[in-house]
Write a new protein. Structure first.
Length: 414
């Protein structure tokens, strides 16, 4: 299967020549990238090659058959199917939101209506003081929890250090794993991990808009430990290097791998801070570092945890906007009403949807599917040791989202 995997890597790089966002990471041979640049393959030629490799792979018999190699084969099949779908989109093929998520991310997204969010919003009505639109009251409440610019780096460095310390107790990482942290502006995302290979990541935090205190742990865990940095480091260590599975030297962003990556990064926040440990850490360390009133931690998180339950409103805004049922302004209004975003944040989110389209499902649906998968294996909140074992196993294997969704549909917690 090695030569098929090598061909897959080169095709990912070839698609990247047509789509600047497609190749999220590459740390394979530089000569392969140079070869692809010289070749200048058309989208039609890439699609023909991908279809040929896919047909060959489907007919490949694994000898001897073992679980990991079978998972590898299915992973490559799903990645190639998504590649072919993305090429079609680049060539002008139109798909509905649901068709796109199934083609690119190997899942069927749930549908939510305004009524699904109303009960949560009613619960917030009594918790947020003042009168006027709920989104405005929420924004007013949050203003007293913004990390000032001069304290931003100290807070983030402390959050990352704590997440790293907790993760390294549980996860065997290479001695040379490391990262650089940068603050940037004018991006459609709030944070990004650029994995460079050899256990090194560049983590960027977007400082366009005010950053609230909850984002310190969220981004430290999601982009760093035990999120994207750990995920990519373990794939490199366990699959790319130890098994010589070259397909893991490249990361195609618009692919099923992204649902696993984003889902584990989001669920990793609960893994690294079980129970009330996050609130305790923020009360003892981050709130004082940020110069915020630590006595308000409990109040802040009661409201925050309710607002998090509105995250599927992001998907519905994207669904209706991409399906042509919402204008840009209507999508922003929907996010302001049902996700309680400020106008600026709603505008940034629609910019994200413009850039990455249905990718939004990977955060919330991905988290829920990962949670269900891990809990179905015994990794429940009251069994943190098992939860870490299941989490590490998922980070180190070529799992595909449809397998996780099957677990959820058969009764796993989600």
């Amino acid at each position: 299967m090695h030569h098929l995997a090598e061909s897959y890597v080169k095709l990912v790089l070839a698609v990247g020549e047509h789509d600047e966002n497609y190749v999220d990471a590459y740390y394979g041979p530089a000569a392969w990238r140079d070869e692809i640049k010289r070749a200048g393959m058309s989208l039609e030629a890439i699609q023909r090659s991908a279809t040929s490799i896919l047909e060959t792979l489907r007919g490949t018999i694994i000898h001897p058959a073992d679980e990991m190699t079978e998972m590898r084969k299915r992973y490559l099949i799903k990645q190639l199917e998504a590649m072919i779908a993305r090429i079609g989109m680049l060539g002008g093929k139109q798909m509905s939101f649901e068709e796109e998520t199934q083609a690119l991310y190997d899942v069927k997204p749930p549908v939510h209506t305004e009524q699904d969010f109303q009960e949560i919003l009613r619960g917030l009505e009594s918790l947020l003081p003042g009168s006027g639109p709920l989104a405005d009251r929420y924004e007013t409440f949050r203003k007293s929890f913004v990390i000032s610019t001069e304290k931003l780096d100290a807070v983030f460095q402390a959050a990352i250090a704590e997440c790293r310390s907790r993760t390294r107790i549980r996860v065997e990482l290479p001695a040379n794993e490391r990262f650089n942290l940068e603050y940037v502006k004018n991006k459609p995302w709030s944070g990004y991990n650029w994995f460079k290979g050899n256990g090194f990541s560049l983590i960027q935090i977007n400082a366009d808009l005010p950053i609230h205190i909850d984002r310190a742990v969220d981004l430290a865990a999601h982009e760093g430990y035990p999120g994207h940095h750990v995920y990519n480091t373990l794939l490199e260590k366990n699959l790319a290097k130890e098994r010589d599975w070259v397909e893991f030297t490249v990361y195609a962003l618009f692919s099923p791998q992204s649902l696993i990556a984003e889902g584990t990064a989001n669920f990793g926040i609960d893994v690294v801070f079980p129970g009330n440990q996050r609130i305790q850490f923020e009360q003892d360390v981050l709130f004082p570092l940020a110069g915020l009133d630590h006595r308000r931690v409990a109040q802040y998180y009661i409201i925050h945890q309710l607002v998090v339950r509105l995250n599927y409103a992001h998907n519905e805004a994207a669904r209706r906007y991409l399906d042509g049922k919402f204008t840009r302004e209507e999508a922003e209004e929907f996010l302001m009403t049902y996700a309680l975003m400020s106008r600026e944040r709603a505008r940034q989110r629609v910019h994200f949807i413009d850039t990455y389209r249905s990718y939004v499902i990977n955060y919330n649906l991905g988290q829920d599917l990962v949670k269900g998968h891990i809990e179905s294996g015994g990794g429940t909140a009251d069994r943190p040791e098992v939860r870490w074992e299941q989490f590490i196993r998922l980070l180190s294997s070529p799992q595909v989202p449809s397998n996780l969704q099957q677990v959820e549909r058969s009764g796993g917690s989600c």
